[in-house]
Each structure stands twice: as C-alpha cells, then as structure tokens.
Design a protein around this ligand. Structure first.
Ligand code: LER
Ligand code: MN
Length: 275
C-alpha cells in the first residue's frame, strides 16, 4: 500500500475535497516532504495546462501520479456523460478524452465519479442503464487505445443515482466488458452505501485499483468512527498494493489535514511501502 494525497491541479480554483495549500509547486513539495508517495490532482481543462511542466514538477519531487481526478469537470463546469442533453454529452466526452490524453502522458489512471452523470437525466428512455454502460464503454475504449486505466468510483446516493457501492460497481464493469476498467472505492461513500466496508472491499476483489480515505465525517482519519483496524486488516489480507489517497474536507486547514492523515497512515503502512 502506498500513501497518496488529492490536491487541486493548477487549473482548479476551488475543489472542496483537496488538501495542501500554496502554488502547485508548493503543494507537490509539501506532499513529498510529509512522506506521501503519490499526488493525484483534480483537473478541470487540460487544454490550459503546461503538461511538461506538471510532469517535471511532480517527477522532480520524486512523486508518482496514481490518477487524475475528474470531479471538477462536473463540479466547476457541469460536464457529465450520462445526460439527455446531447451538446453537454459531446462536450463532456471531448473533455474526458483530453483528460485521458493527459493521463497517458503522465502514466496515470483516470477516475470517473461525478463526471458520469445520472440515469434520471436521460429522461424517458427505455433502458437508461444500458445507455450509461455504452457511454462509459466508449470512453473506456478510447482510454484502452492509449494504455490508460479507468477507475469507476461508486458514489453515495446524494451524488449519483447509479453505482452506489462495490457490488454495483462490479456489475457495471462486467456489463461494460472492458478490462482497463476497475474500481476506486472511497471509504466515505462506502460508509453510507456498502452494507459493510470490509465486505465491499472484498467484493471489489481484483478490481480494487485505488482507495480514497477519509473519516466518517469526511475529515482527516481519527476525526470520526471509521473502523480503520479492520479496514486495513482486510486490505492487507487481500494483498492490496495500490494507493490509499487522502481525499477529504480541508479542515481545520488543508496542510494540517494532510499532515494528520500521513501520521495516521504510518500506523498501517510500513515504511518500506512508503518509499
Ligand atoms: C466526490 O464525492 C468524490 O469522492 C470524488 O473522488 C470524485 O469526484
Ligand atoms: Mn472520492
């Protein structure tokens, strides 16, 4: 297991779940100094980014980019893939392709959470689930051609009306039939939607490619009542080797939350996994 942290990319002004303060360079330097191994950044529009500079900044700090986070394509620009609005769908797909190109350049995965949209937005179609499967498959095929993996993130009922938990995530991926698509499980969403967090992790099994960590109140670990001992025992038992990335409310401030999270993670992640 490797510790990661979610930050806002250079083009995201306000991403409500990102940590670390300062310029992008300062965030990267702080993440490395604190002992994080990977930095995953929220992106809004890769067209306005200096890709080479982003890559060099992260590489020079000795960090990896496990994945590029797309939540702000929706959060800031309202883009989503599953919608009856054809123009919105076209723009969302175009932007998603550019994010995939960026991820290919960085050697990162791309997560699809809020960007996927909502079945109810399709209105009166016969089989909205199949439409969603087809739209996400199209994106996944574009990614596969570029060697990029997609991580689908189950989201709680207040953020999406499909794929709420691990078992539904598996079902959706099986319907897609794409082997470059796996799951990112976020403990905050799991606490709301999975019958048991440990069982959800096991249900994801070999499709568990990434984990977002926060406490039950979406603050830094130790602020709530998340059952961390059994969660990490389950991840160890599954031989999970991926990232556990801090994505949470930046409270009491973005640097303190990142510092407290890495201190907490040291209890569960051995030092040889951290370097
Ligand atoms: C949103 O709640 C979330 O968990 C992000 O990772 C994706 O947009
Ligand atoms: Mn998340």
């Amino acid at each position: 297991m490797k510790p990661g942290v979610v930050v806002n990319g250079p083009d995201v002004i306000y991403g409500p779940l990102a940590l670390l303060s300062g310029t992008f360079e300062e965030k990267v330097a702080k993440a490395a100094r604190m002992g994080y191994r990977g930095i995953e950044f929220m992106v809004r529009d890769p067209a306005g980014l200096d890709w080479a500079w982003v890559k060099a900044t992260i590489q020079n700090a000795g960090l990896e980019v496990p994945q590029v986070v797309t939540g702000e394509l929706f959060g800031a620009d309202g883009l989503c893939l599953v919608t009856a609005d054809d123009d919105l769908y076209r723009r969302a797909e175009e932007r998603t392709r550019l994010v995939i190109d960026l991820a290919a350049y960085l050697g990162a995965m791309v997560n699809i959470g809020r960007l996927r949209g909502q079945l109810r937005l399709l209105g009166d179609v016969a089989d909205p689930y199949s439409v969603a499967v087809e739209r996400l498959r199209k994106v996944a095929l574009y990614a596969a051609e570029r060697g990029v993996k997609i991580t689908l993130e189950p989201l709680n009922r207040y953020e999406s009306d499909f794929i709420p938990n691990a078992i539904e995530g598996r079902r959706f991926i099986e319907a897609m039939g794409c082997d470059n698509v796996g799951l990112m499980l976020d403990l905050f969403h799991m606490n709301i939607e999975d019958a048991s967090i440990e069982e959800g992790l096991r249900q994801a099994g070999d499709l568990l490619w990434h984990v977002h960590i926060a406490d039950t109140n979406r603050r830094y670990p130790g602020s709530g009542h998340m059952p961390y001992d059994s969660i990490f025992a389950t991840l160890r038992d599954m031989n999970y080797q991926g990232y556990v990335s801090a994505e949470m409310l930046p409270l009491p401030d973005p640097d303190t939350a990142a510092q407290r999270t890495i201190e907490f993670l040291r209890r569960y992640i051995q030092s040889d996994e951290r370097r």
